[in-house]
Design a binder for this molecule. Structure first.
Ligand code: G3P
Ligand code: CA
Length: 264
């Protein structure tokens, strides 16, 4: 007989299942819809908006420091062109990468990776995207160790399989996801194929795939079925986020972490 007790038990399990399936909300370049991307104000705002993790892009400077910036040149963000790899940290930090987002961000500097790490609250995570080659890995591992972050707080993501392979081989205690987008030809053929992606995940020993949200659903299902994690970027609308959650995605990277968190 359907009693109140049965109803309570059913609703308890329904809640537990829905909580278990809730993807992590990852702030793409920080809360970059509302603050200048890849800066301390954007990361601080992401935590205030309830993000579970932040995502940032990292490059190596001429004097072997790791800075948080997406492009290889500063032109788009600062209106003045310096190539990151040919500039020192001091030269890069003379630039203002906040003013284009609004007067209140005037004077915001490109942060070092240590400054970004220092914003991370206990229990929250960082998705570190390596935007250069594997030459960054020794300095990156030193910076992670110096940060005092716990192993489970640190995730490395990269589009380059070779960087994924080398990082995972040197530091297997950290989760590593291969980044990939997918293109569909006029004939309906997807590139890369699911078999090619699975092969790369296996050979690099990646823990999972972090894909563009436009990945075909059958590919996402296959990734999960094969025992890999599946994550997505960059989702700024509620309906897409809800659809991906139903498919079993484990994290959603978004420019608007507050909005997407609330929607889910
Ligand atoms: O989270 C992955 C995503 O950030 C990759 O694209 O160009 O924004 O770095 P991009
Ligand atoms: Ca990125």
């Amino acid at each position: 007989m359907f009693t109140l007790r049965t109803a309570l038990i059913a609703s308890f399990f329904a809640c537990t299942l829905s909580l278990a399936a809730k993807p992590l909300i990852v702030a793409h370049r920080g809360a970059s819809q509302d603050a200048p991307e890849n800066t301390l104000p954007a990361f601080q705002l992401a935590w205030e908006q309830g993000a579970d993790a932040i995502e940032g892009d990292f490059l190596l400077t001429k004097d072997n420091r790791i800075v948080c910036i997406h492009d290889k040149s500063t032109e788009r963000l600062a209106g003045r062109k310096l190539m990151v790899k040919d500039s020192t940290l001091a030269q890069l930090q003379e630039l203002d990468v906040g003013i284009k987002k609004g007067e209140k961000f005037k004077g915001t500097k490109i942060p070092t990776i240590a400054e970004v790490f220092a914003t991370i609250p206990e229990g929250k995570k960082i998705f570190i995207e390596i935007k250069c080659g594997k030459e960054i890995i020794p300095s990156l591992l030193k910076a992670i160790q110096a940060s005092g972050l716990k192993d489970e707080q640190v995730i490395m993501i990269c589009f380059q399989p070779e960087v994924v392979r080398v990082f995972k081989a040197k530091a297997p205690r950290y989760k590593v996801y291969l980044l990939s987008s997918f293109k569909r030809s006029e004939e309906g053929v997807w590139t890369p194929s699911i078999e090619a992606v699975l092969q790369t995940l296996k050979t690099t020993k990646a823990d999972g795939l972090d894909s563009h949200h436009g990945i075909p659903e059958e590919m996402a299902r296959r990734i999960l079925k094969e025992g890999f994690e599946w994550h997505v970027w960059t989702v700024n609308d509620r309906e897409t986020a809800k659809r991906l959650k139903q498919l079993g995605v484990q994290s959603i990277t978004t420019d608007a972490p507050g909005k997407i968190k609330k929607a889910l």
